[in-house]
Design a protein around this ligand. Structure first.
Ligand SMILES: [Ca+2]
Ligand SMILES: [Ca+2]
Length: 173
């Protein structure tokens, strides 16, 4: 279990690095293989009564299935329980989405930073950029209101950005 977790995080890091180079599909394959045995172990741990299916209350012990909505979505054959395949498929789908989302967010962050650097008026400022599911947060200190406006505008116009939250403040002289 411990080894698996280690392997998983290593592969996740590799997946993220690879996704930056455009080989996300390859990274995902590797991640899937590593996950298979992790899923089996997790499935068995949840299956307290050992009947090879997870009832809703068994599945609920895992955070992902804490909501009934998730359990129902995973129950592909509508029989009110999750077999290992349903469990594995759903979980890998969610994890792949997360890998993509994280990679996508990092990409947006670097694009926003690059665009800020291109702009004379703001390039020398220390603006930090964070992205969460396409929502960008700008923080740090600037000198003028106009610089805040410009930084927010640049971020808003960056490809992939869904929203911009401005936490920039004007430095007290
Ligand atoms: Ca069971
Ligand atoms: Ca089922």
């Amino acid at each position: 279990m411990k080894n698996n977790t280690y392997l998983k995080s290593t592969l996740l890091a590799t997946a993220l690095a690879a996704s930056m180079n455009g080989s996300l599909a390859f990274a995902e394959d590797n991640l899937n293989q590593a996950n298979q045995s992790t899923y089996t172990t997790a499935f068995k741990a949840l299956d307290v009564d050992g009947n090879n299916t997870l009832s809703e209350s068994e599945a609920k012990k895992e955070k992902l299935f804490a909501k009934n909505k998730e359990f129902v979505a995973a129950d592909a054959n509508y029989d009110g329980s999750l077999n290992e395949e349903e469990y594995t498929n759903y979980k890998s789908k969610v994890e792949q989405k997360n890998v993509k989302r994280v990679a996508n967010d990092s990409l947006i962050t670097s694009k926003v930073k690059a665009n800020l650097l291109k702009e004379e008026g703001v390039k020398s400022l220390k603006v930090s950029v964070e992205t969460n599911q396409g929502a960008v947060i700008l923080s740090g200190f600037v000198e003028t209101e106009a610089q805040i406006y410009m930084a927010v505008k640049i971020a808003t116009e960056t490809e992939g950005v869904k929203s911009v939250k401005n936490s920039l403040a004007i430095k007290k002289q």
